[in-house]
Design a protein around this ligand. Structure first.
Ligand code: FES
Length: 105
């Protein structure tokens, strides 16, 4: 399946992913800037915040409470915000598109 990341400058890159990967796995495998994943997917750092394109948001499992609690600290949080480490992909997500926040130092 394919996953696309849109960077803050509007540039879009598309990568291959496997069913079972998370959005963080794909981002780290392809060095997508702005998605750091400092806690290794443990849902404790918020450095994998991204925005899911609205058309795809409803296809994802709902976020659990720990993710929602952490997202409260995410810069630029919106109703489309998710933590990439908590979004696990299946074949139903082929073509999903996510936006990446400006890289924070
Ligand atoms: S990698 Fe730390 S919260 Fe997702």
């Amino acid at each position: 399946m394919k996953v696309s990341y849109i960077l803050p400058d509007g540039a879009m890159s598309t990568y291959r992913a496997r069913s079972g990967d998370t959005l963080l796995d794909v981002a780290l495998d392809n060095a997508v800037p702005g998605i750091k994943g400092q806690c290794g997917g443990g849902c404790t750092c918020c450095t994998c915040h991204c925005w899911i394109e609205p058309a795809w948001l409803a296809t994802l499992d709902k976020p659990h409470q720990d993710e929602l609690d952490l997202l409260a600290y995410a810069w630029g949080r919106t109703g489309d915000s998710r933590l990439a480490c908590q979004v696990r992909l299946s074949e139903a997500h082929d073509g999903i598109c996510v936006r990446v926040p400006q890289q924070q130092s």
